[in-house]
Design a protein. Structure first.
Lengths: 108, 123
């Protein structure tokens, strides 16, 4: 069973700044089977990135995913007010899916 | 548009049972795998279960294996989660999700989520 560890736990930044979130897997994950979600308070999560680097429908291009093997990252090039939220990484495509524990991006 | 509506949540005593339902619309239900994901109060997301588009394969998290059962009725566009032997640690909002991929036998990323239904296990 693959375990995903996200870092940092909390990221304190100002609007307009660049955010980089990390996710490390306990074993190698196929690039086609890795994604990121955004969750705002009181809302269901929303798919941002799938297949490591493909943006889901309607996701702006300031969100970029990258990585391979055991190390993946999500970069938000310039934070907009609506980007302050919790972000989860996920590995899928097998009989046991898993989420990371989340990174909170908060306003500094 | 895609709509997923969960129901069946509520308060149940430890050791009790509950069945959640998720009514789907706006897409070809019988071509997509479906999943259940839960979130305990103030905590992160936990994957719970997956069912293949045609119901052939089901997979479960170790924390619920042997206690929970996922099923679907493609004639009713509905997926179910039967939860037995409930424990306090099962208290969470349960989300129904739709796989992005079609006609695939393993869990995929979830490109649509329901609003969730709250299950509280307490005496």
């Amino acid at each position: 069973e693959i375990v995903l560890t996200q870092s940092p736990g909390t990221l304190s930044l100002s609007p307009g700044e660049r955010a980089t979130l990390f996710c490390r897997a306990s074993q190698s994950v196929g690039s086609a089977f890795f994604g990121w979600y955004q969750q705002k308070p009181g809302q269901a999560p929303r798919l941002l990135i799938y297949g490591t680097s493909s943006r889901a429908a309607g996701i702006p291009d300031r969100f970029r995913g990258s990585g391979s093997g055991t190390d993946f990252s999500l970069t938000i090039s310039r934070l907009e007010p609506e980007d302050f939220a919790v972000y989860y990484c996920q590995q899928y495509g097998s009989s046991h899916l898993a989420f990371g524990q989340g990174t909170k991006v908060e306003i500094k | 548009q895609v709509l997923l509506v969960e129901s069946g949540g509520g308060v149940v005593q430890p050791g009790g049972s509950l069945r959640l339902s998720c009514a789907a619309s706006g897409f070809s239900f019988s071509r997509h795998g479906m999943q259940w994901v839960r979130q305990a109060p103030g905590k992160g997301l936990e994957w719970v279960a997956f069912i293949q588009y045609d119901g052939t394969n089901t997979y479960y998290a170790d924390s619920v294996k042997g206690r929970f059962a996922v099923s679907r009725d493609n004639s009713k566009n509905t997926v179910y989660l039967q939860m037995n032997s409930l424990r306090s640690e099962d208290t969470a909002v349960y989300y129904c999700t739709k796989d992005q991929a079609t006609d695939w036998q393993a869990g995929d990323c979830s490109n649509s989520w329901g609003q969730g239904t709250l299950v509280t296990v307490s005496s």
